[in-house]
Design a protein around this ligand. Structure first.
Ligand code: ADP
Ligand code: MG
Ligand code: MG
Length: 448
C-alpha cells in the first residue's frame, strides 16, 4: 500500500495493513486500549461528570479526555500558512488594543443591547479616563481555522484573546498520537514524524514566567483566576493575573466580581488579558477588522496585511440589509454570532432565519448584538473517536487552533511566537461541537 493512499483514507481503512476485516477491528481495539492506558499514565484526563466527588476531591473521578484515535490529516502548506499568521495576529491585537477610541466606537452599538459587553466597555472607558498605560503586555492567544472545501482555503473562525483553552491537553494528544504511530505506524503506513511537535503548554508557561520576570519583583506572585471568586487578591503583590475565567456573564454572578475585575485592571499587575486585549477578541471587532482599509490603520507591512486578509471569511454587521435578506433566504450559508465565548452560543439554519426575522420586527438596535459570518464547510472524513473508554466511527470535520504568545515591555518585544496547536475534531452533523459538550474530541495532525 503506498504512503499516499494510506494517508488518504480513514483510520479503519488505513488499518488494512492488517489482512482481514476481523484483524483490522482487533488492531483498532488494541490501539484503543493502549491509548486509554497512555492517557491514564500521562495525565490526558478530565473530571468525570459521572462521579459525584469529581472536581471536589483532588485525584478522584478522572476519565481520559475524549480523543480521536489517529491524527487528522492536514496539508503541510496550510499548516505553514496558519503558523505564519500567529505572530501577525499577535501584533495586530497589540496595535488595536492601543486604540481605545476605535474599540469604543466599534462596540458602541453593541453596548446598547448587550449588557455584558457594556460592562467590559465601562471598565475600558474608566481606564481611558485615568489614562491608564500598560507597559508590560502579555497575550496568550489562539486563532482558530477551518479548511473551506469550496474555495480550498484556510479561513479563520475566530481569534481568542481570553482563556484560550487546551494548551495542556492539546500538547498531550500530539504525544499520544506520536506514541501510537511509533508502535503501529508501520502497519498503518503512517509516519509519526509527520506529526508536528507541540509545546503549547510549556510555551504558555514560559510566557507567563517571562511576564513575571519583567514585572521585576521577586516576592510577587502569578494569580490564576479560575473561578468567579476574585476577591482573594490582598496580602501579596501580584505580578501577573491570568484569566482562566471572566469571559462569560456567568463568571460575574454579582457586583463583587465586576468590582474585582475593575480593581485588577486598575492595578499595576500584568493582565492576561488586559481589558483592551479582551475586547479586541470580540466577534464584533473581528468583523470590524475585516472591513476594507481597517487593517491598514494598525499595521504597516503590506505583505502581513495581505496574509491576514486572505484568512478572513465573509463577516458582516447586521445593518447590512442585503446580507440579512440573503441570510434569511439561505440560512445554511451563514452563522449568526452574538458577542459570547466558550461555545454553544451561535445560531444556525432554521433558528438563524427565525432569529433574524424576529430581530427585524423588533426594530431598534437589537440586531447590533450579533454579527453574521460566512459558513465554512470543511471536507468530512471517517474517523475513529474514543470517549469514555468506548470507540466509534463517524464522519467528522476538524478545526485547527494555533496558539500565539506575545510579550512586550514598552518598545521592547520580548516574545512574539507561534506556540503550538490544538486540533479539535467533531461529528460533521453537529453545528458547534465543543469538547466538554460531548460532540468534539481532542486531536492532533498528520501533515500531508
Ligand atoms: P466561541 O468563541 O464560542 O468558541 P466560535 O466562533 O469559535 O465561538 O464558534 C463556535 C464553533 O462554531 C466553532 O468551534 C465552529 O465549530 C463553529 N463555527 C463558528 N463559526 C463558523 C463558521 N463560520 N463556519 C462553520 N462553523 C463555524
Ligand atoms: Mg472564542
Ligand atoms: Mg471558538
Amino acid at each position: 500500500m503506498s504512503d499516499e493512499a494510506s494517508l488518504g483514507v480513514a483510520p479503519t481503512a488505513a488499518a488494512e495493513g492488517a489482512a482481514t476485516p476481523g484483524q483490522q477491528q482487533a488492531l483498532l481495539a488494541e490501539m484503543v486500549e493502549d491509548a486509554a492506558v497512555w492517557c491514564a499514565v500521562n495525565g490526558l484526563v478530565v473530571g468525570d461528570r459521572a462521579n459525584q466527588r469529581s472536581g471536589t476531591v483532588p485525584g478522584v473521578g478522572l476519565v481520559h479526555a475524549p480523543f480521536s484515535l489517529l491524527p487528522a490529516r492536514f496539508p503541510a502548506s496550510f499548516w505553514k500558512q496558519a503558523c505564519e499568521l500567529a505572530p501577525i495576529f499577535n501584533e495586530l491585537v497589540d496595535r488595536v488594543s492601543l486604540d481605545g477610541e476605535f474599540l469604543q466606537a466599534a462596540l458602541s452599538r453593541t453596548k446598547q443591547v448587550d449588557e455584558f459587553t457594556a460592562r467590559l466597555l465601562e471598565i475600558h472607558e474608566k481606564m481611558m479616563t485615568i489614562n491608564k498605560k500598560e507597559d508590560i503586555r502579555l497575550g496568550l492567544h489562539r486563532s482558530d481555522y477551518m479548511l473551506d472545501s469550496e474555495t480550498n482555503s484556510l479561513l479563520q473562525i475566530e481569534l481568542n484573546t481570553i482563556s484560550s483553552s487546551f494548551p495542556g491537553l492539546g500538547s498531550l494528544v500530539s504525544e499520544l498520537h506520536r506514541t501510537l504511530l511509533n508502535q503501529y505506524g508501520k502497519v498503518l503506513g503512517l509516519d509519526p514524524k509527520r506529526i508536528p511537535q507541540n509545546w503549547a503548554a510549556t510555551q504558555f508557561a514560559e510566557a507567563l514566567g517571562k511576564a513575571w520576570a519583567e514585572y521585576n519583583n521577586d516576592s510577587a506572585v502569578v494569580l490564576m483566576v479560575v473561578q468567579p471568586e476574585e476577591r482573594n487578591i490582598d496580602g501579596r503583590i501580584v505580578a501577573v493575573v491570568y484569566f482562566r475565567a471572566g469571559y462569560a456573564p456567568t463568571d460575574y454572578p454579582s457586583e463583587a466580581e465586576w468590582r474585582a475585575r475593575f480593581l485588577m485592571e486598575q492595578s499595576s499587575a500584568v493582565k492576561c488579558p488586559s481589558i483592551s486585549y479582551h475586547l479586541v477578541g470580540t466577534k464584533k471587532i473581528q468583523q470590524e477588522l475585516a472591513k476594507p482599509n481597517v487593517l491598514e490603520r494598525f499595521l504597516d507591512n503590506k505583505e502581513d496585511i495581505a496574509k491576514l486578509r486572505k484568512s478572513f471569511a465573509g463577516l458582516w454587521s447586521l445593518d447590512n440589509e442585503e446580507i440579512v435578506k440573503s441570510a434569511i433566504e439561505k440560512p445554511d450559508l451563514f452563522v449568526l454570532k452574538p458577542q459570547r465565548e466558550g461555545g454553544g452560543n451561535n445560531i444556525y439554519g432554521h433558528d438563524l432565519r427565525d432569529t433574524l426575522i424576529k430581530l427585524q420586527k423588533e426594530q431598534g438596535e437589537s440586531l447590533a448584538a450579533y454579527i453574521l459570518m460566512q459558513r465554512i464547510f470543511p471536507k468530512a472524513s471517517l474517523t475513529a473517536l474514543v470517549r469514555d473508554g468506548d470507540w466509534f466511527e463517524d464522519l467528522t470535520i476538524s478545526e485547527l487552533g494555533i496558539y500565539g504568545a506575545y510579550l512586550r515591555n514598552k518598545d521592547k518585544v520580548i516574545l512574539n511566537n507561534q506556540s503550538g496547536y490544538l486540533m479539535r475534531t467533531k461529528v460533521s452533523s453537529s453545528n458547534e461541537g465543543g469538547v466538554a459538550a460531548g460532540f468534539a474530541v481532542l486531536d492532533s495532525m498528520l501533515l500531508t
